[in-house]
Design a protein around this ligand. Sequence first.
Ligand code: UD1
Length: 361
Amino acid sequence: MHKILTIVGARPQFIKAAAISHVIKEKYTNRISEDILHTGQHYDNNMSGQFFTELDIPLPKYNLGVGSGSHGAQTAIMLKGIEDILLSKHYDGVLVYGDTNSTLAGALAASKLHIPVYHVEAGLRSFNRNMPEEINRIVTDHVSSLLFAPTQTAMQNLWNEGFKGNNVVFSGDVMYDNVLHYSSLSPFTSHLSPFILATVHRDFNTDHPERLNNILSALNTIAEHYNTKVLFPVHPRTKKQLDTFNLHLSPFTFHLVEPLSYLETLAALQKSRLVLTDSGGLQKEAYFCRKGCVVLRPETEWEELVEDGAALLADADKEKILKATEALIDKKIEPSHHFGDGNAAEIIVEKIVNRQKDFAV
Ligand code: UD1
């Protein structure tokens, strides 16, 4: 029996972990056992608990309860907590997802104890080291033993950094698996009028009043011009900053809601005319749901979406946002197979189970 510790902590990781946990439960219970460690990076129910219930993820065996903090402090507390657990219990491997501080802490703690790290969503690069996630991705990839790349671009990025051999695997994207699996379960929305879906949570947008204001002003103009409402689920940091900067959102334009659950997000996507976001995951989910996406960042690690004409980079520049909106609103996107065939989780679990005994740690 291969015993793994799955480390999660932030909202997108719960969603990704659901795909893997389901495959383990359905097909591999006699070959692999999984314990879940929640770092506690996200702790509000609508950022954390609701995903475990809705997606039927096994409850965490451990919760470090680290909460919010500066990057260094938050990562340091996680590192110590994860190390204590890895020292007291035997695990054959540690599974980490994506690029958050929880990913970094899990990868570092395990690799220093010579426990193999399995990285799901390896090889992503924005080539912008001002983003904390870029540092987290690079470090995690370089201490991992098995790297699961969601796209061919991610494979190429890893090869460019000198990775070779069969510990780098093109798996496809577990988020695509999830959209296929959960779409039919998402709430009924045909009674709603179509709207625009917008989210903003990156500190480079929320913590700079000028940038945040540009985005909100663009959304106002779009709502007026296209006679449509903006559904705006608000991340806790964004909520705080709207108050701090005293930015008022008109209820005639914005429908402000708490962070949505996963199934609510899929339902909102299905009913949306366009998505505007600085989230990485939502860019892809928009694409899988055939919606155009205006990316509120200067670059994206999901270049395939831009190459396919499904997403446009607009940063926090009002003119660019308006132009991109004009090009993409109500456009029906035809997704290609960049993200695999919807069986990424299966490929990942299979590879972990049949891993080479002698891969580098
Ligand atoms: C983290 C990830 C980011 C991911 C995002 C998904 C890092 C470096 N970034 O960013 O890649 O896209 O999760 O949401 O790990 N807060 C609450 N309640 C919560 C969680 C957060 O109020 O349950 C507030 C706190 O004020 C906190 C702020 O949100 O300081 C930011 O939270 P943090 O965990 O630092 O990162 P995210 O911005 O959510």
